[in-house]
Design a protein around this ligand. Structure first.
Ligand code: CTP
Ligand code: MG
Length: 202
C-alpha cells in the first residue's frame, strides 16, 4: 500500500502579514506540527511544499503548490493525504480516520467536516437578505485524502482556482465523502490565531 502525504507551506500569508512558514507554536514550526499529524498516523512519505529544509518550491495558488507536491510523488503512489501547514492542531487520530475511510476504496476523496454552529445569513452590503438553512451545510478542514489518480485527473480537468483539493475532485465528477472533523483543528489565518492555537495545544 503506497500512502503519501503532501504538506503545503508555500503561501504568502497575506492575511497574516507575513509567510506563516516561520511561525512557531511552543517552539515547533506550524509545518513541522502538520507533518507530525501525518507521520503519527503512519504516513511515512511526506513531501513538504515550501521554503523549509528539504521542501520543494510551491506555486502561485494553493492548487499549484499541491500540483508541485503531486508531481514529486513516485509513479506508484496510490493514496495521498493533502494537509495545510497552517493547521498545526490536527491530530494523528483525525488523519487516521480520513485514511481509514479512504482505504475502504469505494470513493475518490475524504474530507474532515464540522457542522455549522452559528446562524448563516445571505447579505448584500449591510443588508441581511435571508437566513440560510444550515442543516445541509458543513465546513471542511485538512488533511483531505484522495486516490492519487483521482486527484491527478482533477488537476488536469480544469485550471480554475479552488479553496480546497476536494473542490477539484468534486467538479471533475469524483466522489467525495466526509468524516467528523475536529473542533480544535483551526487554521492559522490571522496573527491573533497563534495565541488561540497555543492555548489549545494538548
Ligand atoms: N499555500 C501554499 N501555496 C500557495 C498558497 C497557500 O502552499 N500558493 C498553503 C499555505 O502555506 C497554507 C495552506 O496552503 O499552509 C492554506 O493556505 P492559507 O491559510 O490561505 O495561507 P496563505 O495562502 O499563506 O495565506 P493568505 O491566503 O492570507 O495569503
Ligand atoms: Mg491563501
Amino acid at each position: 500500500m503506497s500512502i503519501h502525504g503532501i504538506v503545503v507551506a508555500a503561501g504568502r500569508g497575506e492575511r497574516f502579514g507575513a509567510p506563516k512558514v516561520e511561525v512557531l507554536l511552543r517552539g515547533v514550526a506550524l509545518w513541522q506540527r502538520a507533518v507530525g499529524a501525518l507521520r503519527g498516523a503512519g504516513v511515512e512519505h511526506v513531501v513538504v511544499v515550501g521554503p523549509v529544509p528539504g521542501g520543494i518550491p510551491g506555486g502561485d495558488r494553493r492548487r499549484d503548490s499541491v500540483a508541485a507536491g503531486l508531481a514529486a510523488l513516485p509513479g506508484d503512489a496510490e493514496w495521498v493525504l493533502v494537509h495545510d501547514a497552517a493547521r498545526p492542531l490536527a491530530s494523528p487520530a483525525l488523519t487516521r480516520a480520513v485514511l481509514d475511510r479512504l482505504l475502504r476504496g469505494d470513493i475518490d476523496g475524504v474530507v474532515p467536516a464540522l457542522a455549522v454552529r452559528d446562524p448563516l445569513k445571505r447579505v448584500a452590503g449591510e443588508r441581511v437578505l435571508a437566513t440560510v438553512p444550515r442543516a445541509e451545510l458543513v465546513t471542511v478542514q485538512t488533511p483531505q485524502g484522495f486516490r492519487v489518480e483521482a486527484l491527478r485527473q482533477a488537476h488536469l480537468g480544469d485550471d480554475d482556482d479552488a479553496t480546497d483539493d476536494a473542490a477539484l475532485v468534486e467538479r471533475n465528477g469524483g466522489s467525495v465523502v466526509f468524516v467528523p472533523g475536529e473542533p480544535i483543528n483551526l487554521k492559522i489565518t490571522f496573527p491573533e490565531d497563534v495565541a488561540v492555537a497555543e492555548a489549545l495545544l494538548p
